[in-house]
Design a binder for this molecule. Structure first.
Ligand code: ZN
Length: 320
């Protein structure tokens, strides 16, 4: 980048002005106040099926962002968590592994969300002014995992047997809430990809499975439209994280510790502080919370005992 002398003078003047007119603390909090986070969760989405699917919206996030291709759903240290949704979403949403949050299967027996809550609780502890919202079509998220949510939509509760309707509806509700400027930290979970995998098979050659990913991409379009609008009209800066809880093999994914098609997933981070590209650095489900917190300027409190690391720190990337 080359600067013309005039713009240099202008920038210098601006820096001096900013220096005298506000404390460094005020500058930092102004910066923080435009930062928002959207976490999109797609249950049971294999990376190779995502690759096979026509997903222009997720592709845009990958193109503009960081694609972590080596994301593990299990801890490097031994824990008893199975490769199913209960522990998976608990890892993703609390930022700690099953030996801390206590959820090892879908019974949720032994859960310790008291000591290791949904990260909304930590967000509120550090920045109580931030509004949090959870939209989900898997009832245990709203009923068991979520805490400190200003808004919590349990879409499946309204459409007991229909994930398609539930996902569709929750994406409309989430987009509305973003568009209205009602939320700062949003989690939006879609359940139909996992449901379709259980019915027809988790594999990139299974048409119905791939089509379910494409439908979810259409719902994500709504969220991105709302985010784009806010970025233009209100100067907000959104970090978007896309994640999944497990892959699948045949029509199942439980007991998949030894199966890479179940255990190895992806993580996408797209936004202002992200170094774009593809990385094979080891990343983990618990990194989602650490990344969201880092972006929001929230220093991790040692007493929270979070397990993850922010992917914003990853700088060794290759072009996609
Ligand atoms: Zn799942």
């Amino acid at each position: 980048m080359s600067l013309k002398p005039l713009s240099f003078v202008f920038i210098l003047g601006w820096v001096i002005l900013a220096g005298v007119s506000g404390t460094p603390h005020a500058v930092a909090s102004d910066l923080k106040s435009v930062r928002k986070v959207l976490v999109v969760g797609i249950d049971g989405c294999r990376p190779d099926a995502l690759e096979a699917a026509e997903t222009p919206n997720i592709d845009r996030l990958i193109k503009q962002g960081l694609y972590c291709e080596n994301t593990d759903i299990l801890a490097a240290r031994g824990t008893k968590g199975d490769t199913v949704s209960g522990p998976g979403w608990s890892n993703l949403l609390t930022g700690v592994w099953p030996d801390k949050h206590g959820v090892v299967d879908n019974s949720f027996k032994g859960s310790n969300y008291q000591d290791f809550p949904h990260f909304f609780a930590r967000v509120k502890e550090a920045r109580p002014e931030l509004k949090t919202a959870s939209f989900s079509s898997w009832p245990p998220i709203a009923e068991k995992i979520v805490s400190a949510a200003d808004t919590s939509v349990n879409a499946k509760a309204l459409h007991a047997s229909d994930y398609l309707k539930a996902d569709d509806e929750l994406s409309v509700a989430a987009a509305k809430s973003i568009r209205e400027g009602a939320t700062d930290v949003v989690v939006c979970y879609f359940g139909q990809v996992d449901e379709t995998g259980h019915a027809h098979g988790f594999h990139p050659t299974v048409k119905k499975y791939v089509e379910s990913i494409e439908r979810v991409d259409g719902y994500i379009a709504r969220l991105l439209e709302a985010v784009d609008e806010r970025q233009k009209s209100a100067g907000e800066e959104w970090l978007i994280l896309v994640c999944t809880d497990h892959g699948g093999s045949g029509t199942n994914h439980g007991g998949g510790r030894e199966k890479p098609e179940i255990r190895q997933v992806f993580l996408i981070a797209s936004g202002p502080l992200v170094k774009p590209g593809k990385t094979s650095e080891p990343t983990y489900q618990v990194d989602v919370v650490a990344t969201a917190m880092a972006y929001l300027g929230i220093k991790l409190d040692d007493t929270w005992k979070l397990d993850g690391k922010s992917v914003l720190e990853i700088t060794r990337v290759v072009e996609k």
